[in-house]
Write a protein that binds this ligand. Structure first.
Ligand SMILES: CO[C@H](O)CCc1ccc(O)cc1
Length: 115
């Protein structure tokens, strides 16, 4: 089969993995700080320090709009959610602890689905 046939099957497999993981991230009990973009009106200073804000709703829209070329691009945005959180919040804060929990959950599931 031609290479683009292979790449399109690989791309379909990649997108399925992303849908599975994103669904689990959204359903996780500790996902609450990350479900929607940080509110620029409520927290303007957040956008002065966090250069690349990211959240699960934005990732869902990008996935739906076919804006992830491969599973690694999806993983990169997912990891951005957690690195932003741990940059902005103390480790022992409620949101900091949620960030650690979600990062650990993501990396565990990511390694399981990419074995
Ligand atoms: C994903 O949430 C962001 O890290 C902002 C966290 C935050 C929001 C309100 C506050 O009073 C403090 C931290």
């Amino acid at each position: 089969p031609s290479t683009n046939h292979i790449t399109s099957r690989k791309r379909k497999e990649d997108l399925e993995v992303c849908h599975v993981i994103l669904g689990e991230l959204e359903a996780h009990r500790d996902s609450w700080p990350f479900l929607e973009p940080v509110d620029r009106a409520k927290l303007p200073e957040y956008f002065r320090v966090v250069k690349k804000p990211m959240d699960f709703q934005t990732i869902r829209c990008k996935l739906r709009d076919g804006r992830y070329s491969c599973r690694e691009a999806f993983a990169s945005d997912s990891r951005l959610v957690f690195s932003n959180c741990l940059f902005y919040n103390e480790d022992q804060s409620k949101i900091g602890m949620a960030g650690h929990s979600m990062k650990n959950f993501f990396e565990k599931r990511w390694s399981e689905l990419n074995r």
